[in-house]
Design a protein around this ligand. Structure first.
Ligand SMILES: [Zn+2]
Ligand SMILES: [Zn+2]
Length: 343
């Protein structure tokens, strides 16, 4: 099979690898769509821990089961599935108390083992969720980031009537806005420097501003729930300064492990501000699938570009420049020129 391989940091190759065969507890999935995520940029750059170079990246995948291992009872060849890429060890202290996303030996399909930027991927059957008929492969490949958003939202637990601010309206920020608009918050605002992304946020029903200062000018008392969806230290510092007394700041964007920010401890004390983190999917994959299957979310609208495997390297640069919202790699697409085609 053909697959994208990160041979080493900064080294993207398309290689021919042996077709995977399923272990006893695994299925093999023919990949129909696999999304490129901000964290894939860090894997390309070598700044994210836990990657086992050389490996096949891709953790936002959906496809069709083409082989099942001897011990797999609940999946059949032909099933349409999406994958939760989480591989908790199951035996460390956080795993034992059910906090699988905090696993001390957390593995991820597409980082610690080969992932979905390939024609085929082998994965544990328990990681595969069958897609109802009405959920497309494109939506299926968006379930992983959406599940992360659902988990983050559960952590934030915005009280009814909150003013909600998302800094960064990329694919994740837009999903956060959409979830906020359909639940408790009374006011939903985005800060995003790219005009096209602001337009998407506005189409969803949010108010959008180019800078944090502009957003704060419309609401000097601050926002009850603020989410940083950039992972950029300067943006996190600005986001912190917009939190209203008694409010909450959720750090959703993936910063580099070496990054540091300057926050005023006096404000955390005086205004009882809560700073939260949100790591990965947790137990939110099934609830996310239920929300999408219910028809209230049309995640496919976030897919702005599709490429074949050969187009991966160029698509990574497109995402880096902020020109793509969500790019799906479709392994069956043959893009000889490597050009990402906009949808
Ligand atoms: Zn991701
Ligand atoms: Zn564990």
């Amino acid at each position: 099979m053909k697959a994208v391989v990160l041979a080493a940091p900064g080294q993207i190759e398309v290689r021919t690898l042996p077709d995977p065969a399923p272990a006893r507890d695994q299925v093999v999935v023919r990949v129909h769509a696999c999304g490129i995520c901000g964290s894939d940029l860090q894997l390309v750059d070598g700044t994210l821990a836990g990657a086992a170079y050389p490996f096949v990246p891709g953790h936002e995948l959906a496809g069709e089961v083409v082989a099942v291992g001897a011990d797999v009872a609940d999946l059949r060849v032909g099933d349409r599935v999406a994958a939760d890429p989480s591989l908790p060890c199951g035996t460390c202290a956080p795993c034992r108390r059910g906090a699988v996303n905090l696993c001390r030996r957390f593995g991820v399909i597409g980082a610690s083992v080969d992932g979905g930027f390939a024609e085929y991927v082998a994965l544990p059957a328990r990681n595969a969720y069958v897609l109802p008929e009405q959920v497309s492969y494109a939506a299926g490949a968006l379930l992983e980031p959406f599940a992360c958003v659902v988990h983050g939202f559960q952590r934030l637990a915005p009280p009814a009537g909150s003013a909600f601010l998302v800094v960064g309206a990329g694919a994740i920020g837009l999903m956060l806005l959409e979830l906020a608009l359909r639940t408790a918050p009374a006011e939903v605002v985005a800060v995003e420097r790219h005009a096209e992304r602001r337009a998407v946020a506005e189409r969803l029903g949010a108010r959008a501003h180019a800078t944090v200062a502009e957003a704060l000018a419309t609401r000097p008392e601050g926002f009850d729930c603020v989410v940083d969806a950039t992972g950029v230290p300067a943006a996190v510092e600005e986001a912190f300064d917009t939190v209203a007394p008694g409010g909450r700041l959720l750090l959703f964007g993936v910063a580099r492990a070496s990054d540091r920010v300057r926050l005023a401890p006096y404000r955390i004390y005086r205004d009882e501000i809560t700073v939260l983190g949100s790591m990965s999917v947790g137990h939110a994959f099934a609830p996310a699938l239920e929300l999408v299957a219910g028809g209230a979310f049309e995640l496919e609208r976030l897919v702005t570009h599709t490429v074949g495997l050969e187009g991966f390297a160029e698509a990574v640069e497109l995402l880096r420049r902020g020109e793509a919202l969500k790019t799906h790699v479709i392994p069956s697409l043959v893009d000889g020129s490597g050009a990402a085609s906009a949808r």
